[in-house]
Write a new protein. Sequence first.
Length: 277
Amino acid sequence: MPGPAHPLASTSYLCLGKPYLIHDGGQRAVQHIGEQRRSPSEQQQRPTAAELARTIVSGPYSGSVLTDWLDSAVAVSFWVDHAGRIVLFVSDGHPLARVSCLQANTAADFIVDAVSVQQGPDRRTASVEMTGRLSPVNPTDAAVALTNHARARGLEDVTDLGRLWTLELRPDRIEVNLAAGSHLVDVADYLAASPDPLAQSAHRIAEHLNSSHREVLLELLPGVPPTTPVTMVGLDRYGIDLQVGEYLRRVCFKNPLTRKEELGRELFELRRLRVHA
C-alpha cells in the first residue's frame, strides 16, 4: 500500500547523487541515472510537515494569538528555544498581559505566517497554526527567554526591551497550511524535529544564483537546452526546487545538509555527477 503523499510533493524530481529522475507528464516515468534504481519512497526528498512547522516558527516571521475574549487575533513577539518550546512576550498594555493575572492553561490559538523564496505578490505560502494553552513562565526560564529575545533583536541589555510578560504556549494541536493543502502534525514529532539550517539564507541564496549563476542551475539539469529559462524557487536541507520553463523540478542533495556552509560543496558535487552521468 502506498504511503501518504508528502506535504510538499511536486510534479517533478531530479535527484542527482540519488540514482533516479522522476517526472510527470500525465503518466509517471522513471529514468535511471546511476547504478542502482530506487523508488521515491525509499528516499526522503523534502522536509516533513513536522520539520516545516519547526522551521516556520523558528523563522523571522510574525505571530498572532487569538483567545476566547478577543474579537480578533493580536500580534505578538515570540521566541522558540532549541527544543521547540514557544515563549510569547507581551507588554503591560497588551491584551494577553491579563493571562498572567488569570489561572494557567488559558486556551489560545497561535499562528505564524511564512513567505517563500520566490518573489511576487503571493509570497505568503505557508503558515503554522497551534491550538493549546497559555501559562506564565517561571522566573528562571523567563530570564533565559528574555535574554535570547534581546539578542535576537540586537539589544545588549534585557532592560532595553522594557517590561514584558512571558507566556508559554503548550500546543495540543499543530497544523501546517500550504498552498497544496493542510497537514496535522503530531506534537511529539514537532518537538523531535529541527529547523532547516538553510531557511534563514534561502532567499538571499536564491537571489544570488538566479541573478549571477544561472549556468550553475542549468548544469544541474541533464538534457535541458541551455536557452531554457531556469529559476530557483525553493531551497531546503534536502534539495532545490527549480522552475524549468513550465515545469517544477526537484534537485535532491546526496545527503541532508546540516549547515548552510555545506551548500557550496554539495552544488559542486551535484554538477560533477551531472557531467559524469
